[in-house]
Design a protein around this ligand. Structure first.
Ligand SMILES: Cc1ncc(COP(=O)(O)O)c(C=O)c1O
Length: 445
């Protein structure tokens, strides 16, 4: 039964809310308000049915308003709203940790919970630093990220991240951070489906960074297996394997930031599985609860956890945690989401749809201003030529038109359109989605 809208206590003029990563003034002049959602669709506040081509923000992998998740959250709120996260626990936290560990490859078998991807990244970086410290290698303090990397908005994440606008306003960031080059090269890779052939050698840049700083000063390397937020940049064939080998050689911890790539986006539980690599730490968020309740976390390999488990037993082993680590509502939502992923075989479904998805995306080639199209799993990045003197405006216009004229939510970053539907997307919906995108691209030509 649909609930009656809640009455506002004060007149709502949209002004008070400072929206994140949003052009606030433009939005408040012409708001895009979403009121409800079910499966592949939103319903706007004025009653329009809108196709979700981005799984929320790459998070609602099981689709929206799934009954199983909704009732698990309701049940949990009645049964246990909260239990202290420090020195106490609740059963579902342990169950969920085991379930997540079972999905991760190799000996990635311990899970630390937090509430977002940004917190997951900061947690992983802190675990890496502390791990070396407690083993008597405290000089290993450097962190290596990558240009065009996105690791959230905490100070750790923006420091290892490689997006200039996310960094330049915020001071000196973390000291002792270096960056690998981005793996994207349009001349060599344009219009590739899946992993491009060119670019594995870029992993060797890590050797150059090691030679400059010396391995004894480097704690960890963090990369997204597929850079998502800067426009879907699939890893070149062999690149991640080479990065793993170089990290092994110099005993650097390798962190895969799987906040986007985890939970089926690339047709596997984690990208690590797709590429047959065991990183030392995996960060996750988003898909763990199918976007329904905030949750993030870090999966670590057994020897990392074990290294901390020493000293007097009453002493805290890792001085880190959040009030809402493994919040009961998030755990309930996550367990229900994992059940849905398993029962509906959604990761395998993403894998099965990948070729059809890639073909549909490549169908946009040749439309006005389309400079490149990249696909991986159920993701696609479509680069548009920037309008002269107004970088980002063409894609922004595309987002506005998609919502207003085509009843569809798309995500844009710079002049790139990113599409990442819920994994329940139907074959007909894929065709329909790209037809709508084609009309939008023509409309902003
Ligand atoms: C790879 C990656 N890491 C971290 C984050 C940050 O996650 P959150 O927005 O939940 O803090 C994101 C968000 O898109 C992401 O894509």
């Amino acid at each position: 039964m649909a609930l009656a809208p809640r009455a506002s206590a004060v007149p709502n003029d949209l002004e008070s809310y400072w929206m994140p990563f949003t052009s606030n003034r433009a939005f408040k002049k012409a708001p895009r308000l979403i009121a409800r959602a079910k499966d592949m669709h939103y319903v706007t506040s004025d009653g329009r049915k809108v196709l979700d081509a981005t799984a929320g923000l790459w998070c609602c992998n099981a689709g929206h308003g799934r009954e199983e998740i909704v009732s698990a959250i309701k049940r949990q709120a009645e049964e246990l709203d909260y239990a202290p996260a420090f020195q106490f626990g609740h059963p579902y936290a342990f169950e969920l940790a085991s379930r997540v560990a079972a999905l991760a490859p190799g000996d990635l078998d311990h899970v630390f919970f937090c509430n977002s991807g940004s917190e997951a990244v900061d947690t992983a970086l802190k675990i890496a630093l502390a791990y070396h410290n407690i083993r008597g290698e405290g000089a290993r303090t450097r962190l290596i990220g990558r240009e065009r990397g996105y690791h959230g908005v905490g100070f750790g994440g923006i420091s290892v991240g490689g997006i200039v606008t996310n960094r330049k306003f915020f001071g000196t960031l973390l000291a002792g951070v270096d960056h690998l080059p981005a793996t994207y090269n349009r001349e060599q890779q344009a219009f590739t489906k899946g992993e491009p052939d060119w670019g594995a050698h870029l992993a060797d840049e890590l050797e150059r960074v090691v030679a400059l700083h010396d391995a004894s000063t480097i704690a960890a390397v963090i990369v997204e297996p597929m850079a998502g937020s800067t426009g879907v940049l699939p890893p070149p064939k062999g690149y991640l394997q080479r990065l793993r080998a170089i990290c092994d050689k110099h005993r650097l911890l390798l962190i895969f930031d799987e906040v986007i790539t985890g939970f089926g986006r690339l047709g596997h539980s984690f990208a690590a599985e797709r590429y047959g690599i065991v990183p030392d730490l995996i960060t996750f968020a988003k898909g763990i609860t199918s976007g329904t309740v905030p949750m993030g976390g870090v999966i670590v390999r057994a020897p990392i956890y074990e290294a901390f488990m020493r000293g007097p037993e009453h002493v805290v082993e890792l001085f880190h945690g959040y009030t809402y680590s493994a919040h009961p509502l998030a755990c309930a939502a996550a367990l229900a989401a994992l059940d849905l992923y398993r029962d509906e075989e959604l990761f395998a479904r993403a894998k099965r749809l990948e070729p059809l998805w890639a073909d549909a995306a490549m169908g946009l080639k040749g439309l006005p201003n389309v400079l490149d199209i990249r696909t991986l799993g159920l993701t696609a990045g479509i680069d548009l030529a920037a309008r002269p003197d107004a970088p980002g405006k063409r894609a922004y216009d595309a987002m506005v038109k998609a919502f207003g004229d085509e009843n569809m939510v798309i995500r844009v970053t710079g002049d790139t359109i990113a599409l990442t539907p819920p994994l329940i997307v139907g074959e007909g919906e894929i065709a329909d989605m790209f037809e709508r995108v084609a009309r939008v691209i023509k409309a902003v030509a």
